[in-house]
Design a protein around this ligand. Structure first.
Ligand code: FES
Length: 156
């Protein structure tokens, strides 16, 4: 299956109507990690919807990505416990440091960023998770050194 071959997913929706759009987008993202432009065009052809309409719907939901994940995928928890402990400032620090928004990937492909709901580590709030590694009690001051440690690890 090439990265563009979403045919088997489309076939699961033989009588596809507009209601099928979200489940289709979810399946494609689950399979490929993101929604490529080609996938959006193919879904549009299949559902007879303009791509602008599909992007409009998909961008409404935070869950969809339009770029492949980075070498390291950063999840910033925005659940209640993390929010109370300052996760908004942590998220801002990551955005500033990497110059990307949630759902985007850095130009060098090194990092991608996602906002997530509670990741079950509230006692460590605020938490960010990078490739499955939890970083506890994160502060805005710690962000640079945390990201640097991953940059270094990528060079080794
Ligand atoms: S709210 Fe962030 S881990 Fe639970």
């Amino acid at each position: 299956m090439t990265s563009l071959d979403i045919g088997p997913i489309l076939e699961k929706f033989p009588d596809a109507k507009r209601d099928s759009l979200i489940p289709m987008l979810q399946e494609v993202q689950e399979k490929f990690g993101y929604l490529s432009r080609e996938a959006v065009i193919q879904i549009g052809d299949y559902l007879k919807l303009p791509t602008s309409k599909i992007y409009g719907v998909a961008t409404f939901y935070n869950q969809f990505r339009f770029q492949p994940q980075g070498h390291f995928h950063i999840q910033v928890c925005r659940g209640t416990a993390c929010h109370v402990k300052g996760s908004a400032a942590v998220l801002d620090a990551v955005r500033r440091e990497l110059k990307i928004e949630p759902g985007q990937t850095t130009r060098d492909g090194m990092f991608s960023l996602e906002i997530v709901a509670c990741i079950g580590a509230c006692g460590l709030a605020p938490v960010i998770c990078i490739d499955g590694n939890f970083h506890a009690s994160v502060t805005t001051q710690k962000i640079s050194s945390i990201l640097d440690s991953y940059r270094k690890a990528a060079q080794e």
